[in-house]
Design a protein. Structure first.
Ligand SMILES: Nc1ncnc2c1ncn2[C@@H]1O[C@H](COP(=O)(O)OP(=O)(O)OP(=O)(O)O)[C@@H](O)[C@H]1O
Ligand SMILES: [Mg+2]
Lengths: 249, 427
């Protein structure tokens, strides 16, 4: 589904990614772990198409299509979703309106009929309930005044409603309490299917107890320095990054 | 030093002379109080059209207006159906003026209104000696509405409509409607004022508003003039004790527009809200100028003014708050915000506080910004195409200005007009 080859990228002229090779086959969940500043968020932004993240070499394809040539909205329409490490506040934009606009944009792109406000609210309420989010969070402005954990839940709510085929979760577990972590993990697991994949960026083994990945990759200094099965996360938890990073160097 | 002030430029003098000669030709036939009109004419003869040397007109040039030779509006034969169809769908009586003249056939006259220039209160608030465009209006006004809401009455909603037809393309017309509105003690009214049009014209309106003690006027204003039109309007509001003047103006039309409001809080506990949004694109110039005078204690004034500027447009906001010596416990707030959608758009913002009382709370602020790229990316990453994402963020920027409008149908009409403006920008 996702194929990244020799990807290099710079931010503000500063090279951050130094040649990423990574393939996430359809139906698999992969985890990326790595020290602060190693380039995990940069990789996720490059894949989602954020301005200012300049690809300087390599390629990334999504279902064989050149992902890097697409506008961000086209990537979303193709089935990509990024849960932001730092969700953005949108004062003056109601959460329900935002979600419905997004869902209808995707439905339009897929040639499906748009949902009216009533149909949408019904769907949104079900998903919000599943994530133990109070209904009033649909009425509030997007992420404005949300606590850290509420923002992360709101990302998962968007994911649940938009139903991407490839979800990239950038530290969605950071800042969540234990119950929320489980809820979020359930949300991701609910989307698991033979047709969809996920790339889960995290610092903690804990999340991976709930979302058991097919593969774990260690990103350090802008490169994947180590890949392995789910047991790799446990090795990291015990020995820290120093061991694997030093190993690879 | 030469004590003589430099002469205004020739084009300004010639523009004023054209209006004066029109007055000379018409004066016998003009209605209303001759003395008020003569005083207006004398003021205009003395000062002419305002130039950019005048402090109040420092950011707005009337050169294009002064260089246009306006003709007399013809007795309207024009079919106004297209323009009438653009009126907000409000279930309310309406007074319709076409090229400044009252049109009975298009109106649904409420019992509380009379159509004439010079009812009670006419000329008592306006300052033709100070405001030149008001002097011009006073000199040439041909028609207008006089609206009175009796003590304690709730008059519901009333539409006050100006349609400009512009006549043939080479024959722009000028009209100077003169309206007066009085709310008796405890009276209530929602006035929805709409200015629309097609073709070239000058609409130079004056409205004198008196809000009685404990009375409440909600004044919604939509300026959606033709893109070839000049729009100048000057409003004077005087608010008695515990009275409320609650206004919201949406300005999105005209090649050049100036909306000027003078609000005087005259009695203890009075309140004025002068909220506005200017949406400008292309080469449009929009000027929103306010003077709020706190002349009594315990009064509150609130202004939230939003500007969305696209293309090469230029927005101006001038807001003066004057607090008299005995206007203690004044609560004044003013905020002017601009969203620039292009590198060539420009905003001039000039707040002015003149405070002579010592126990007051007055604050003002101004912000200028562009669309936040992070917010744009967030929306697009959810599949929302860039133009739609931009529209959402512009609407979000305006939301705080529309929010205080409590009249649901009026607010919906204004929001629809703003959405229409946005669609015109995008296409
Ligand atoms: N605009 C920028 N200009 C310069 N350097 C930048 C810029 N944005 C990011 N960087 C740098 O790029 C590097 C990678 O940042 P990134 O956010 O991708 O790290 P990360 O792996 O997600 O870290 P964390 O675990 O803390 O979230 C960091 O050293 C960061 O300082
Ligand atoms: Mg990060």
């Amino acid at each position: 589904m996702l194929e990244i080859r020799g990807l290099t990228a710079a931010v503000d002229g500063k090279p951050i990614l130094h040649g990423i090779d990574l393939a996430v086959p359809t139906g698999e969940v992969h985890a990326i772990m790595g020290p602060n500043g190693s380039g995990k968020s940069t990789l996720s932004y490059v894949l989602a198409g954020r301005d200012g993240y300049e690809v300087t070499g390599g390629s990334a394809t999504f279902d064989g299509e050149d992902l890097l040539a697409m506008a961000p909205e086209a990537r979303a329409a193709a089935g990509l979703f990024l849960a932001f490490q730092y969700p953005v506040e949108l004062p003056g934009v109601g959460n329900a309106n935002f979600l419905r606009t997004a869902l209808n944009a995707l439905r339009r792109a897929r040639g499906e009929a748009e949902l009216d406000a009533v149909q949408f609210l019904k769907l949104a309420r079900v998903e919000a309930k599943r994530l133990s989010m109070p209904d009033d969070m649909l009425k509030r402005n997007v992420n404005v005044g949300f606590s850290g954990g509420e923002k992360k839940r709101n990302e998962v709510l968007q994911m649940a409603i938009l139903r991407p085929r490839l979800a990239i979760l950038d530290e969605t577990d950071s800042g969540l309490d234990i119950d929320a972590l489980r809820i979020v993990a359930d949300g991701v697991n609910a989307l698991r299917s033979p047709q969809s994949s996920a790339l889960v960026i995290t610092h903690y083994q804990r999340l991976l107890d709930h979302i058991v990945p097919d593969r774990v990759h260690v990103l350090a200094g802008g490169r994947i320095v180590r890949s392995g099965g789910p047991e790799l996360a446990r090795v990291l938890e015990e020995g820290g990054y120093a061991s694997v990073v030093a190993d690879a160097a | 030093m030469n004590a003589l002030a430099p002469l205004p430029p020739a084009w300004l003098r010639e523009g004023a002379a054209a209006f004066l000669s029109r007055y000379e030709g018409l004066r016998e036939r003009l209605p209303g109080d001759v003395a008020v009109r003569a005083a207006g004419a004398a003021a205009f003869r003395g000062r002419g059209l305002p130039g950019m040397r005048e402090e109040a007109w420092h950011y707005t040039s009337l050169r294009a207006l002064a260089e246009t030779r306006f003709a007399e509006p013809l007795t309207p034969v024009a079919d106004c159906a297209t323009l009438m169809a653009r009126l907000p769908a409000l279930d309310a009586p309406r007074l319709v003026f076409v090229d400044g003249r009252f049109r009975d056939d298009l109106s649904l006259v409420p019992t509380l209104a009379a159509v004439r220039v010079g009812g009670p209160g006419y000329g008592t608030l306006a300052q033709p000696g100070r405001e030149q465009m008001v002097a011009l209006n006073t000199m040439l006004a041909e028609d207008g509405a006089t609206i009175e809401v009796a003590e304690g009455a709730d008059a519901g909603t009333l539409l006050l409509v100006s349609l400009g037809t512009g006549g043939p393309p080479d024959r722009p017309v000028a009209f100077h409607p003169r309206h007066a509105l009085r709310l008796g003690t405890g009276a209530r009214l929602v006035l929805f004022e709409v200015a629309l049009g097609a073709g070239g014209y000058l609409h130079n309106a004056v409205l004198e508003v008196s809000v009685g003690a404990d009375a409440a006027l909600t004044h919604l204003r939509l300026q959606d003039e033709s893109s070839a039109a000049f729009h100048v309007s000057t409003l004077y509001a005087e608010i008695a004790a515990r009275g409320t003047y609650d206004s919201f103006a949406l300005a999105l039309g005209a090649r050049l527009a100036r909306m000027e409001v003078h609000a005087r809080l005259a009695g203890k506990g009075a309140a004025a809200h002068l909220n506005a949004a200017q949406l400008l694109g292309g080469a449009q110039h929009g000027d929103f100028t306010t003077v709020v005078t706190h002349d009594a204690p315990h009064c509150a004034s609130r202004q939230t003014v939003k500007n969305v500027l696209a293309g090469r447009s230029r927005g101006v906001f001038q807001g003066r708050i004057e607090v008299a010596r005995d206007a203690q416990k004044t609560d004044g707030y003013q905020m002017n915000q601009a969203l620039l959608l292009s590198a060539e758009a420009e905003i001039d913002s000039k707040p002015q506080l003149e405070i002579y009382a010592d126990d007051v709370k007055c604050s003002h602020g101004a912000t200028v910004g562009e669309l936040d790229p992070e917010q744009m990316f967030y929306l697009r990453s959810r599949g929302i195409p860039a133009p739609e994402a931009r529209a959402m963020l512009v609407r979000a920027f305006l939301a705080a200005a529309f929010e205080p409008i409590t009249h649901a149908a009026g607010r919906a009409a204004l929001e629809a007009a703003a959405a229409g403006w946005w669609e015109r920008q995008a296409s």
